[in-house]
Design a protein around this ligand. Structure first.
Ligand code: ZN
Length: 249
């Protein structure tokens, strides 16, 4: 079984289409949340992903954009984008977003969550933050998003270690890096962000879990950043949200 894992699409249709075109065939599509917010194509992205996703969880931006939470904790640009998105969303998109599950959500071969499996809104940025959820994990593989940083953590001999995909940084090409899962280890793995990477690589990020081979492969795929950024500017959203797509920060 091959599962395409996407997270933090953030209304970026150009990045999502590039990922779907590059990913090839898959049996399941798991969406780890923040489908909307920041990007200028929220309805188009929801319409695309709602037909394809076989399992998914909600993100903090999804909750704010569909009115389930207040944007009080957001920085000004995130708040402005969330309120813009809320005004754009069609009744169907709103309904779909409001129905998304809170993580953690078990599937046959992994647990899905937006932030930490201990709390859906909590960031997992360091080995220290990952240690407790790794210790408490009941399954080998937990998939998370929220940080927009591809990679994650592994628990080996009671110690939490970073998993950092090694990519060739040829920005106009796609690249991949495969992690062989060890049966005795536990993992917290992040496919990275499709629509707003923050790990210094502006290419769209995603991953594929192959449970037959026991691997998770991390991918980067170039997409039309100029077009996605142009849509953000045309929509009158904060300029910084367009600029950051070019730097991946
Ligand atoms: Zn996000």
């Amino acid at each position: 079984m091959r599962a395409l894992i996407v997270s933090d699409i953030h209304g970026n249709l150009e990045a999502l289409e590039a990922v779907l075109a590059a990913a090839g065939s898959w049996d399941q599509l798991w969406n780890l949340g923040d489908t909307v917010g920041y990007g200028a194509s929220p309805n188009e992205v929801v319409q695309r992903i709602c037909r394809l996703a076989t399992a998914g969880v909600r993100g903090n931006h999804d909750k704010v954009c569909c009115g389930l939470a207040d944007p009080l904790m957001f920085n000004p640009a995130a708040r402005e984008a969330a309120l813009w998105t809320r005004a754009q969303l069609s009744p169907d998109s709103l309904q779909w977003l409001r129905a998304q599950a809170a993580g953690p959500l078990p599937t046959a071969s992994a647990v899905l969550t937006h932030g930490s499996p201990l709390h859906e809104d909590q960031y997992l940025l360091s080995t220290r933050e990952a240690w407790l959820p790794l210790q408490q994990a009941q399954v080998s593989c937990t998939l998370f998003g929220h940080t927009h940083v591809q990679g994650g953590f592994a628990l080996q001999r009671e110690r939490s270690q970073a998993v950092q995909p090694l990519h060739t940084r040829r920005t106009h090409h796609g690249s991949r890096w495969t992690l062989q899962l060890a049966p005795e280890q536990r993992y917290l793995l992040n496919p990275g962000s499709v629509g707003q990477p923050r790990d210094g690589d502006p290419r769209a990020a995603y991953a594929i879990l192959d449970d037959g081979a026991g691997t998770v492969t991390f991918y980067r795929e170039p997409y039309d950043v100029d077009l996605a950024g142009g849509r953000i500017l045309l929509a009158g959203l904060p300029e910084r949200l367009a600029r950051r797509l070019h730097t991946g920060r």
